[in-house]
Design a protein around this ligand. Structure first.
Ligand code: UN1
Length: 504
């Protein structure tokens, strides 16, 4: 007999060192989208336990900020080692809890390992500038200091990688971290915490409460958002959630890093390598069952290549394997829950009403009635209308025609979100226009690859309703620190800047 998902989950959690009391006997169900069955019962945190966690994190910060940054880097180095050792188990748990196919579950853990390596190097590179002073005998410089407690609110679709982008940087920068994962993915969070605790034990003298996880619903996120002891809230989720979090944090002059919705588009030009574009579009639009914030959701295809590309895409949609990600070789797993499936059906209905021709999109009888598998949908739209302007967190690709690149770019930019974008072309003028100030208005703009699957080395995030935050690589670390500008007078005079005279 094959092992049940609940048994498999229990075995993984036990190997990763998560105590059964953390995930059994509580009131909050843990569910796998693979079958829709309950696999855990967790005990949620409360606003009171959240307040205590924030207080512990604050006092941990007061110690941690004095630990030299390269020594702090040692903690993320150990975390990276522990993640390497736990990769297979944590990847499998991501598949169980988020429904990802095995290579994507493992890929998510790889992304965590990669950011640990990045943050380790960063721990010796928290550089500030030295600035020429206009006054003789003076020197100016800037220093980057830790901020305090960083609150991380993450979503189900990247249940652990998003935490690591934030936590690895925040810890190296000298902050403490309190994490509130999605209530749809608490088990991967507990597993990650257990892995981190092994790294902390090996590290030796990290302060108690340096990195904690809080399990629960919106009231826990609200506790982080409202607390003046949390100077930075990094929140990943819907634009609707960001509209609540952003103003509340700003009201107390806290900072937020918002990673909200995407309505990512690709433009296919006449000179595109269509074989490559086909593969890139298929992964971008159908991968992770359309549940990445970077998923390709809109495609503008030039008239001259429409008939050469779109029927092939339709065929790929009809034949792509959809199935249980824990068995077999399916490329597309389940939707996270019934609500996601219903939102998908509503969007398809609205697309039909707006004149769209829908290919696919139907529910597939895979597993029990509590599981929601759907054939990815490709919708040929006469124009960018109706549901096309909104993000639906499901595998729907809206395909439209264009015959002028500038017009396609205007349409591309004419939506609320601004996360990721792609152009498929072998024409230098077209790709450079797309990447120019007059081109894509997104935080990520790619050429001849899809919109999803960013590497950790770049800054990740988007503009407009995507929230403007940047996480992960490049200089995103600066968002986790405060900048101090210092002017030092080593002369015996006191000249004032701008030639001001004030002789007493
Ligand atoms: C998300 O969907 O929240 O670029 C993040 C990507 C991944 C991250 C997606 N590296 O698709």
């Amino acid at each position: 007999m094959t092992q049940s998902i609940a048994d498999k989950t229990a075995a993984i959690l036990s190997r990763l060192g998560v105590a059964p009391a953390r995930w059994t006997g509580g009131t909050m169900p843990g569910v796998t989208p693979v079958t829709g069955e309950e696999i855990a019962r967790l005990t949620p945190d409360t606003p009171e336990t959240a307040a205590r966690a924030i207080a512990r994190a604050k006092s941990a910060f007061e110690t941690w900020r004095n630990v030299p940054a390269p020594r702090r880097g040692e903690l993320v180095r150990l975390l990276g080692e522990e993640l390497r050792a736990a990769k297979d188990d944590l990847g499998a748990l991501v598949s169980i809890e988020a429904g990802k196919i095995p290579s994507e579950g493992l890929g998510e853990v790889q992304e965590m390992i990669d950011i640990c390596d990045f943050a380790l190097g960063l721990s010796r590179q928290l550089y500030g500038l030295t600035i020429a002073s206009e006054r003789p005998g003076h020197r100016m410089m800037e220093t980057w200091h830790p901020l305090g407690v960083v609150g991380v609110i993450s979503a189900f679709n990247f249940p652990v990688a998003v935490w690591s982008w934030n936590a690895a940087l925040a810890l190296v920068c000298g902050n403490s971290v309190v994490w509130k994962p999605s209530e749809k993915s608490p088990l991967t969070a507990l597993a990650t915490q257990a892995i981190l605790e092994r790294a902390l034990a090996r590290f030796g003298d990290a302060p108690d409460g340096l990195a904690q996880v809080l399990i629960g619903g919106p009231e826990i996120g609200e506790a982080l958002v409202a607390s003046r002891d949390v100077p930075l809230v990094s929140a990943t989720g819907s634009t609707r959630m960001g509209r609540i979090v952003g103003p509340k944090v700003a009201e107390r002059f806290g900072r937020s890093i918002l990673e909200l919705g995407g309505n990512n588009a690709g433009i296919v030009c006449p000179s595109a390598d269509l074989d490559m574009a086909l593969r890139a579009i298929a992964f971008g639009a159908m991968g992770t069952a359309g549940q990445r914030c970077t998923t390709l959701r809109r495609l503008f295809v030039h008239d001259s290549v429409y008939d050469a590309l779109v029927p092939r895409l339709v065929a790929a949609y009809a034949s792509v394997s959809v199935g249980n990600p824990l068995e077999g070789e399916a490329l597309v797993g389940p939707l996270i829950d019934r609500a996601a499936f219903e939102a998908m059906q509503q969007a398809l209905e609205a697309a039909r009403a707006a004149g769209g021709t829908v290919h696919g999109g139907e529910r597939l009888a895979i597993g029990p009635d509590s599981a929601f598998y759907a054939r990815p949908a490709l919708v040929e739209m006469p124009a960018q209308a109706g549901p096309v302007a909104e993000e639906t967190f499901a595998p729907i690709l809206y395909v439209m025609r264009h015959n002028d690149l500038s017009e396609a770019i205007a349409q591309h930019n004419a939506v609320g979100a601004g996360l990721s974008s792609s152009i498929f072309t072998t024409d230098l003028r077209e790709s450079e226009l797309f990447l120019s100030a007059a081109g894509s208005d997104c935080g990520i703009a790619n050429v001849n690859i899809g919109t999803s699957g960013a590497e950790i080395g770049g800054a990740f995030g988007g503009e407009k309703e995507t929230g403007g935050g940047r996480e992960s690589g490049s200089d995103a670390w600066k968002g986790y620190m405060r900048r101090q500008t210092s002017t030092i007078n080593y002369s015996r005079q006191l000249p004032l800047a701008q030639g001001v005279v004030f002789d007493i």
